[in-house]
Design a protein around this ligand. Structure first.
Ligand SMILES: [Zn+2]
Length: 482
């Protein structure tokens, strides 16, 4: 039997006999293939590998071995209120966030949300997540966010943000500089970005924040093309001032003109698509259809668990669905028929892995399965599930058949953090207690009425159309004829 103690630090691990998706340019599928992990790296990939004595063996037969998935935009602190906003649009979100609950989050509440989101991520095979942390009202909040990320054995990027203050202000604060000096020390498991939006004011007040990012040598991630919030104006300001760079990540980019997409493409940036979010919040139609036409690199993200799920299987599935449904809708509006889908399952698996690595400037060592790369790996295998076979189309299986419950083993930086569907070395009970305290705090501070109202926005009146037909069938006709 495999016990957690089987995976001691430093002990090599081999995944035996799986269907391996290396996520290379040729989109190879390697059947009955082993992956050997030594220390934090993939040491070898191939059939019947010879392994060092004492290597821990994981049976990957009938399973899929893929690179750890990468989420390039998740507001992890908000997981403390998981599912609360299921019926929101952006309108309720902004009220909740700017005016209500968001302001009530104390450092310990950010910590609670981040810990739970981080555990949830590795459980679902998302081995790298960008924490788009725009609730850092004080440096104490930021320390709490970083503490949480470093307490869970995943790979995280803290995208530092503070929506309660203009970016030029908080990036200039001495305590922010001090935080960067203290906490961002080149640890491979905790990257750093600046997270702020460009609102389109012609005076470009965000300019000093971009200058700070440049000085620190870190990427900016920005919500761009969000209907009603950010627009082409912000893109144009960034471009005119020379702040559109290859490492810039544009989140959503769902309501931009072709001109903005051209600017993004020409400057080498990438777009983080959060389809589940765009479909219900209202940033604009999930934009992969437009991005594909402009040749802009794509990564996927889940945005926030205050509304949606936190796993990239959902991202892949909804992205395929949104892209294809638009393609059919557009063609049918012209009287045409789509006979061949443009977006394929292997492409969304690429976006969920290699796309994320590329967006983070880490495609040399993340997002693929190849000797020498970092050992961030996911084994999808569930011997108790009728959905696990037959395994005919591995990319399609990942995108449409698999789900987080099928994540059998997760390895991050060479460390086995989940095995046989069980997390290893994670205190879920402690995470639960922390989140319960946060929910109690928010709920009691808001009061029951506001709490319930926030969760249940008014439903617009629906007018049932007049119908020229009345319902009849053979039974009613039989009745009448008697
Ligand atoms: Zn967001």
């Amino acid at each position: 039997m495999s016990e957690p103690s089987e995976f001691q630090p430093g002990r090599p691990v081999v995944l035996r006999g799986g269907t391996v998706l290396p996520m290379d340019d040729g989109r190879q599928v390697l059947t009955r293939t082993d992956v050997l992990v030594i220390d934090d790296r993939i040491a070898a990939v191939g059939p019947d590998l010879e392994v060092p004595e004492g290597t821990a063996e994981i049976d990957a037969t009938d399973g899929i071995v893929m690179p750890g998935m990468i989420d390039t935009h998740r507001h992890m602190w908000q997981t403390a209120m998981r599912g609360y906003g299921a019926d929101w649009t952006l309108t309720q979100y902004f009220v909740w966030y700017y005016l209500e609950h968001g302001k009530l989050f104390r450092p310990e509440d950010v910590h609670a949300g981040n810990v739970l989101a981080a555990i949830e991520a590795i459980d679902a095979g998302a081995t790298t997540v960008v924490d788009w942390s725009h609730g850092l009202r004080t440096v104490d909040h930021a320390d709490a966010a970083a503490d949480a990320l470093q307490s869970v054995p995943g790979r995280f990027v803290l995208a530092y943000g503070n929506i309660q203050q203009p970016p030029a202000e908080w990036t200039a604060a001495p305590e922010f500089r001090d935080f960067v000096r203290r906490r961002i020390t080149g640890d491979d498991m905790l990257g750093f970005q600046l997270a702020f939006d460009v609102l389109g004011d012609p005076a470009f007040p965000e300019k000093p924040a971009f200058e700070v990012a440049r000085e620190l040598g870190v990427a900016v991630t920005t919500h761009a093309g969000v209907w009603g919030a950010t627009s082409d104006d912000g893109i144009k300001l960034m471009h005119d001032h020379g702040f559109m760079t290859p490492e810039t990540v544009y989140v959503h980019a769902a309501s931009l003109s072709a001109d903005s997409y051209h600017r993004i493409a020409a400057t080498g940036g990438s777009i983080s698509v959060s389809t589940e979010s765009e479909q219900s919040a209202g940033q604009g139609y999930p934009p992969t259809w437009a991005i594909r036409e402009h040749g802009i690199p794509v990564s996927l993200s889940m945005d926030t668990s205050v509304w949606w799920s936190g796993d990239l299987f959902s991202a892949m599935r909804t992205t395929l669905g949104a892209d294809r449904s638009r393609e059919h809708l557009r063609a049918q509006a012209e009287g045409d028929t789509v006979t061949h889908c443009s977006l394929r399952s292997d492409q969304v698996v690429d976006w969920a892995t290699r796309g994320g690595a590329r967006a983070l400037g880490r495609d040399h060592d993340l997002g693929g399965i190849e000797a020498g790369k970092k050992a961030d790996l996911v084994l999808i295998k569930n011997d108790h599930s009728p959905v696990s076979f037959p395994l005919l189309h591995p990319f399609g299986h990942v995108a449409f058949q698999a789900q987080r419950g099928d994540v059998h083993t997760v390895i991050v930086n060479g460390r086995v953090v989940k095995h046989r569907h069980r997390l290893i070395g994670i205190d879920l009970a402690a995470a639960r207690r922390e989140v319960e305290r946060t929910v109690d705090h928010l709920r009691s501070t808001m009061g029951e009425e506001a709490w319930a109202k926030g969760m249940n926005p008014d439903i617009p009146a629906t007018k049932i159309l007049d119908n020229p037909y009345t319902y009849t069938d053979y039974r009613s006709e039989a009745t009448h004829s008697q």
